[in-house]
Write a protein that binds this ligand. Sequence first.
Ligand code: NAD
Length: 253
Amino acid sequence: KPLLAGKMTIITGAGSGMGAAMAKLFASEGAKVVAADLNLDRANEVVSDIQKAGNQAIAVKANVANQADISAMFSSAKEQYGPVDILVNNAGIMDNMAAVGDLEDDEWTKVMTVNTNSVMYGMRAAIQEFLPRHTGVILNIASVGGTNGARAGAAYTASKHAVVGLTKNTAYMYANEGIRVNAIAPGGIATNISQSMGNVNQFGMKRQMTGMQTSPKPGTPDEIANVALFLVSDGARYINGAIVPVDGGWTAY
Ligand code: NAD
């Protein structure tokens, strides 16, 4: 039996990178996928690939920084597929590498809104949806920047540490309601986000910034999606409040 047979799954930022990889993999395991993205064209391309493979998905345009968009995303999802079973808060940005002394207010607000407020909005909507049914799974995509302090800029690091805190708190608060909440902390993964940081040389860039050791070779979106599939599936039913590093060992020292 497919691992996610009939599970209605909303994935944000599903138009690219790990979001797209999770959407395709989950759909191939029987999930009914709602692929949400700010960029509807990219989400549509992912959905078209999924449908060509004979699996189920729809695309929804949503800016996760905007609460009204999150509500509309849940409404469209339910209209199409019925109750929501799984939410993956994946959308995020990493376009600011500034240390705190150089950080502009508007940059700080943007990163915190897109990376952190979005996760709170999404989880709140999902919890309200899950509570009456005493079931539901949330997976947040944090970062090694959310567990360690020298992998990215100040705003990104703070935004992902907040995602880690929100994940643990929500997991604890609803543990007796049949709801699970976990996060993945990816290391350097080759996606558009890493390219936006300047010619993928994020690893060199970080080394230069922090003087730290080199990271392992970059991972692939599929390497994140494989772990995500397990975490949202029933096989992981006793995993709750976990922050799972998928980083090739980058944070092992
Ligand atoms: P990506 O840029 O390839 O994909 C991100 C997707 O999110 C894009 O399709 C983009 O359109 C969408 N998006 C951006 N802002 C949005 C918004 N406001 N509303 C809705 N959608 C929005 O990036 P990725 O590397 O796949 O990143 C996915 C997640 O993984 C992010 O949360 C990122 O912070 C995290 N992450 C990435 C890395 C890495 O090295 N790539 C490492 C650690 C964590």
